[in-house]
Design a protein. Structure first.
Lengths: 338, 422, 456
């Protein structure tokens, strides 16, 4: 009885078989699409538009990888995952990679058998509070009611922060950012805490953003990045170096505007190596020589993606800050393409 | 009672396992059992292989690790240094709280609505019909989310109570505050408290039981027992002499005086909520996640209960009502003494499954951030430790146990009220 | 006698008086109101309270619903229009979000023109011959045609052919792919039937059933793959395929409900029979399964679907989350259907069983010819209400990240244009659910009444 259900389901699914430990790259090529886990919706990072096309900063990473591997930035199936389901979706092979503002922690890396391939956004947990309350520091929050988004590291950081400072608080756990925003605006909590990128994005959509301040304290380190399963190093390498290519492209001045011209060959060897007119880096990864060119062309280099989805010109309005290139005082530092 | 006088003495053949009805049922059973065990073994084997491939052995050691998260509503002491097991236990208590509150409210509202739906007043009957249809035909998850949204949007925030000329004030002689963070109601305090007893030492199940509460319950119980005796004696006198002695003032005295004395002896007074800092302090804080969940679950279930009650009342034959009316009973006494007791027999079995449904639906608490067992064990604990198999299986076991306990209690009750037939 | 009477009294009326109109207070609107609304002081108070309550609710709700904005691109624009028109942003709905996203709420990300995945409703591909969303719409309409002979006595019996075909047609229309595939699955059932009916004489019913099941399983798991692949080479008939993760919105809720109930019916019947049977082990297995499933909330089963089911399968198999949710919802529904069918079995008079025995029918013949047709018929109202329950419960899948209407509403609110919108989406979703569930419950009540009169 179980068997027939199972068989029926399997057959209808068109036998979407893919070994969790098998070579992911071959599976993706055979399938023709990349399965990429994203959030169910976070302003600026991943959200579907009216036609069901996903957009955002995390989404752009998936598209770049798809462009590098399959040559088509639209050959991505986006799988919305919640904080609960994301790691299992990855472990079970339902998605090939997660680009879902996930904090890189030891437990997640080691115990949950994931492999973080890099960091696409350096974040930290902050607090947002209405200006009218007159609070200027997180140390003054004793007794406050705090809205937290659950299923993240946020609630742990919060517990640690208040405990370390010997303060009381009333946590209000909330599943989604949209819900949290509503409760915060209605005054059901005094403070909203989440990653400060999320805070800025949320504040930007308020009717009067200037009525709310983001407190200066950042209580945690939240390096967010894409991740893949343990056990398939080759695939991990591809995602890692696609991300690095995007970051390096900004550093080297490769933009979607000038990439065609640069690809014809320049006198800068590293640019040539990235764009495939010199060396065999693509072959080393198991791809062709133009992989990085396609990845960059999919949406632009790291700086362009940042500006387009979450930069200061967008409603989200994030400054580069820690996410500037190392040359500009930030932490974005791609290892050399050599 | 077989008519065969002389059963054929044939030797046992293998085919008899299938063709002989004496053996066939055994064969089928053995085959079924083997198939089941094979399937189970297959599933377990797969799971073990998969877990081994992931390097995640099944073990429950993580339960004694510190949970590292806070739970806002904890009726027993708890902080983020306590273990995951303790956190799950607190979550379980929260589940039970909302389930008990919800079942009680759903029954009261449901019976009321069910009776009012049969009211002769057209408008009232129609409004009740609209209520029932509205709640039955929209998913409970939507109601929970909507109830939460309504509480948050329509009630004043605590800061509205501040200042010389506040927008909102405390209700009921400055003792109750309705805010969009929940309701703050007065709490009972004892200036000469008897203290607590600590049970279960330092284990995850440790709990403090207030001796004040115990004493109160004990005295009240004894008083009610005594009052029952007085009533029984009055019944006996009435049966013997036909005259019933007036007992209500004795009963009242027996129930009220000792409890009142006890409360005075323990120095009972009421602690009102007060606005200090960001929030109200003091008093009992009923968070709006609890209220939203309680309200929506009980209103949703009450719509089903109302239908059950209505069907139960309609199932009582009309002759019963007419006979009662012919005896000269007033309509409300007809309802209370004749119709409802009979309807109860029809009502109780489906009511049991509604209680079970409500308890199971309370797992939707995560939609409003109420930290029940699904929110702790199946939520943050599962999330932070990544032990899905252990957490989900344990979660199912907990719910299964709760369901079995509820249904056995209610079945016992059902057997008591059931009509004893000849 | 009459004249003595006439003589003793001074006046006798000799003609009948014409019928008088009843007093105004007893008829018409006033009489009705007196009887139904103001028949006593308690009733009068109740009525006045109710009127006040209704007024209070409607006075808040109606302006919100009707003084609303329908044409806007974003919530900001909505608010500007509200400010310009009414001078305030509160108390007015912004239905523009529904206008913008209603197709998404209904169909999720299902492509309107599956052969051209990038085409949208506003920009249909030039070669499109059928209207947008033709496939899901057709599936939906066919659902009613397939259900008609089951649900209504008066529907033509020939429609039962559609009912028989539908379970194989539906997945093909929704998911697409090769036509040979559903045909292959259907052929398995034909094989099952043929083996059983032919083997009945030679092997006896039990062995025939076992042989049939083995033959069918062999066909499905081994032979069918080659045959369909071969046929595909020769006569390729296929629809553009649609990934199940593109399913969403109401379509997903309905699909989950229909698939779960459809698959759980046979399972539920078997479980109910097992629970009624005299075989101790079979009975305990069935009781254990039913009580286990009914004892846990659906959300834990959905957790199983989302995080555990892949662990239970052989390493290497993997099917997507919608499939896994369908499996678990089916498991959930079959336990409830089993109880409904058990109720139907219990409601049959004992004479029916004894009658079947006295005719010399064996167990399966009795079930097939006498018991089940009657028991299932009595169970239809229960099955419909189970369906309503499962349909409502499909909203829970939003908790594990599927894009049902509630899940989609979160996605819509995460979009920059509509960030901050709330009531309108939920009102729309609630209304759609209400329409569906209300009409189904009306049907089930109608059927119950009809079955009741049929009984006596």
């Amino acid at each position: 009885m179980k068997k027939s259900v199972f068989l029926g389901a399997l057959t209808v699914a068109g036998l979407a078989a893919s070994g969790a430990a098998a070579a992911t790259l071959d599976d993706i090529k055979a399938r023709g699409t990349l399965n990429c886990g994203v959030t169910t919706g976070l302003v600026g990072f991943a959200a579907p538009d009216a036609n069901g096309v996903w957009e955002g900063f995390d989404v752009a990473v998936c598209r770049a990888v798809a462009a590098a591997v399959l040559g088509d930035a639209t050959a991505v199936e986006f799988v919305p995952t919640t904080g609960k389901t994301r790691f299992t979706a990855l472990a079970s092979g339902e998605v090939d990679m997660l680009a879902r503002n996930t904090t890189w922690t030891l437990t997640r890396d080691v115990d949950l058998k994931n492999e973080f391939v890099g960091i696409n956004y350096y974040d930290g947990q902050g607090f947002m509070i209405p200006k009218s309350l007159g609070v200027t520091s997180a140390k003054e929050l004793n007794g406050a009611t705090v809205c937290i988004q659950t299923g993240t590291t946020t609630e742990l950081n919060l517990a640690d922060f208040f405990r370390a400072n010997d303060m009381e608080y009333e946590p209000v756990p909330i599943e989604t950012n949209a819900e949290a925003q509503q409760q915060y605006l209605a005054g059901a909590c005094d403070v909203y805490t989440t990653d400060s990128s999320g805070l800025a994005a949320t504040r930007a959509t308020f009717e009067t953003p200037s009525d709310h301040v983001i407190l200066p304290e950042i209580v945690s380190k939240e390096p967010l990045g894409p991740l893949v399963r343990h056990g398939d190093q080759e695939w991990g390498d591809i995602v890692r170096w696609t991300l690095n290519a995007l970051i390096a492209a900004e550093e080297l001045g490769i933009t979607s505007a000038n990439i065609e011209e640069l690809a014809k060959g320049t006198d800068r060897p590293e640019v040539n190596r990235i764009l495939g007119s010199e060396g065999t880096m693509g072959e080393m990864l198991g791809l062709d020589s133009e992989w990085a060119k396609r990845a960059i062309m999919a949406g632009g280099n790291y700086g362009e993606l940042f500006a387009k989805h979450i930069g200061e010109e967008t409603p989200v309005g994030l400054a580069r800050g820690l996410n500037a290139q190392w040359k500009d005082g930030g932490l974005m530092y791609a290892p050399p393409f050599r | 009672m077989t008519t065969d006088t002389d059963p054929p003495k044939e030797s046992f053949r293998l085919s008899m396992l299938i063709y002989d009805t004496r053996y066939r049922s055994t064969t089928i059973q053995v085959v079924a059992l083997m198939a089941f065990m094979l399937a189970a073994a297959w599933l377990i084997n797969n799971t073990m292989q998969n877990l081994a491939a992931l390097g995640k052995p099944v073990e429950f050691g993580f339960f004694s690790e510190p949970s590292s998260y806070d739970i806002n509503q904890h009726i027993l002491e708890y902080d983020s240094r306590d273990s995951h097991l303790r956190a799950s236990f607190i979550g379980l208590l929260n589940t039970l709280i909302v389930a008990v509150l919800g079942c009680a409210t759903a029954t009261i509202v449901g019976v009321l609505v069910g009776v009012l739906r049969l009211s002769k007043n057209w408008l009232v009957a129609k409004i009740m019909a609209v209520y029932v249809e509205m709640f039955r035909n929209v998913p409970v998850l939507l109601w929970i989310v909507l109830a939460m949204a309504i509480l948050i949007e329509s009630l004043p925030r605590p800061s509205a109570f501040r200042g010389d000329n506040p927008d909102a004030t405390l209700k009921l002689f400055d003792s109750v505050a309705f805010t969009n963070r929940g309701f703050y109601i007065p709490e009972p305090l004892f200036s000469r408290s008897l203290g607590d007893i600590h049970l279960f030492g330092q284990s995850s199940l440790r709990m403090d039981v207030s001796l004040d509460l115990l004493a109160f319950v004990l005295v009240l119980g004894l008083s009610i027992f005594a009052a029952r005796k007085v009533t029984a004696r009055a019944d006996a006198i009435q049966n013997a002499t036909g005259e019933r002695p007036t007992t209500w003032y004795i009963n009242l005295g027996i129930i009220v005086l000792p409890t009142l004395g006890l409360l005075i002896a323990m120095g009972f007074h009421v602690g009102n909520p007060e606005l200090t800092g960001f929030n109200f302090q003091g008093g009992i804080h009923m968070r709006n996640s609890l209220i939203a969940l309680w309200l929506s679950l009980s209103l949703y279930t009450a719509a089903f209960v109302a239908e059950i009650v209505r069907a139960g009342i309609l199932a009582v034959s009309h002759g019963q009502t007419e006979a009662a009316a012919a005896l000269g009973l007033r309509p409300n006494r007809v309802m209370n003494l004749v119709v409802l007791p009979q309807a109860l027999r029809v009502i109780v079995p489906p009511l049991i499954s509604q209680y079970l449904n409500l308890t199971k639906n309370s797992s939707l608490a995560i939609a409003v951030g109420y930290m029940d067992i699904t929110g702790t064990l199946g939520g943050i604990t599962m999330n932070q430790t990544g032990r899905e198999l252990e957490c989900v299986l344990l979660l199912m076991l907990v719910y299964l146990t709760i369901s079995l306990v509820i249904s056995s209690i209610m079945n016992w009750y059902n057997n008591r009220v059931k009509l004893v037939e000849r | 006698m009459s004249d003595t009477h006439a003589e003793t009294v001074s006046y006798v009326r000799e003609t009948m008086l014409p019928e008088q109109e009843p007093p105004v207070t007893e008829t018409g609107v006033i009489g009705w109101m007196r009887e139904n609304l103001f028949s006593g002081w308690l009733n009068t108070i109740l009525t006045l309270l109710s009127i006040g309550f209704v007024y209070y609710v409607l006075s808040g709700l109606l302006p919100w619903v009707f003084q609303s904005v329908w044409n806007a691109e974003s919530l900001d624009e909505c608010r500007q229009i509200m400010k310009a028109t009414w001078g305030e942003t509160h108390g007015h709905a912004c239905w523009a979000v529904i206008k913008d996203r209603w197709l998404q709420l209904l169909y999720g990300f299902y492509p309107p023109y599956p052969f051209a995945p990038d085409a949208t409703v506003d920009a249909p591909p030039p070669e499109a011959m059928l209207p947008a969303y033709f496939r899901p719409n057709l599936t939906f309409v066919l659902l009613f045609i397939a259900l008609a002979p089951v649900l209504f006595d008066r529907a033509p019996r020939k429609l039962l052919i559609v009912t028989a075909i539908y379970p194989f047609l539906m997945p093909w229309l929704m998911w697409g792919g090769s036509l040979w595939f559903p045909l292959g699955i259907a052929a398995g059932f034909v094989i099952l039937y043929l083996v059983i009916s032919m083997g009945q004489v030679r092997l006896g019913s039990l062995l025939a059933v076992i042989a049939g099941v083995i033959a069918a399983l062999l066909w499905w798991s081994v032979i069918m793959g080659y045959v369909t692949a071969g046929l595909d080479q020769v006569v390729p008939i296929s629809l553009p395929s649609v990934e199940s993760r593109q399913f969403g919105g109401f379509m997903l809720a309905l699909l989950l409900g229909v698939v779960a109930i459809g698959l759980s019916l046979p399972i539920g019947v078997l479980l109910a029979l097992g629970r009624q049977s005299d075989l101790f082990i079979v009975k305990s297995l069935c009781v254990g399964f039913i009580e286990l499933i009914r004892g846990v909330p659906l959300i834990t089963l959905l957790f199983v679907a989302s995080v555990l089911l892949n662990y239970f399968m052989p390493p290497g198999t993997n099917f997507d989350i919608i499939m896994r949710v369908m499996i678990m919802v089916t498991v959930f529904a079959s336990a409830y259907i089993a109880e409904v069918v058990r109720g139907g079995l219990a409601a049959l008079p004992k004479g029916q069983y004894e009658g079947a025995d006295s005719l010399g029918l064996d167990y399966w013949q009795a079930q097939r010819l006498i018991i089940m047709p009657q028991a299932l018929k009595i169970s239809i109202p229960g099955i419909v209400s189970t369906f309503i329950g499962v349909f409502k419960d499909t909203t829970l899948v939003s908790i594990i990240g599927l894009l049902d209407p509630i899940g989609l509403s979160q996605g819509i609110r995460a979009n920059q244009e509509w960030n901050g919108i709330y009531w309108e989406l939920f009102a729309f979703i609630a209304l759609l659910f209400f329409i569906f569930c209300f009409s189904m419950s009306r049907y089930s009540m109608w059927l119950e009444r009809k079955l009741q009169t049929g009984h006596n």
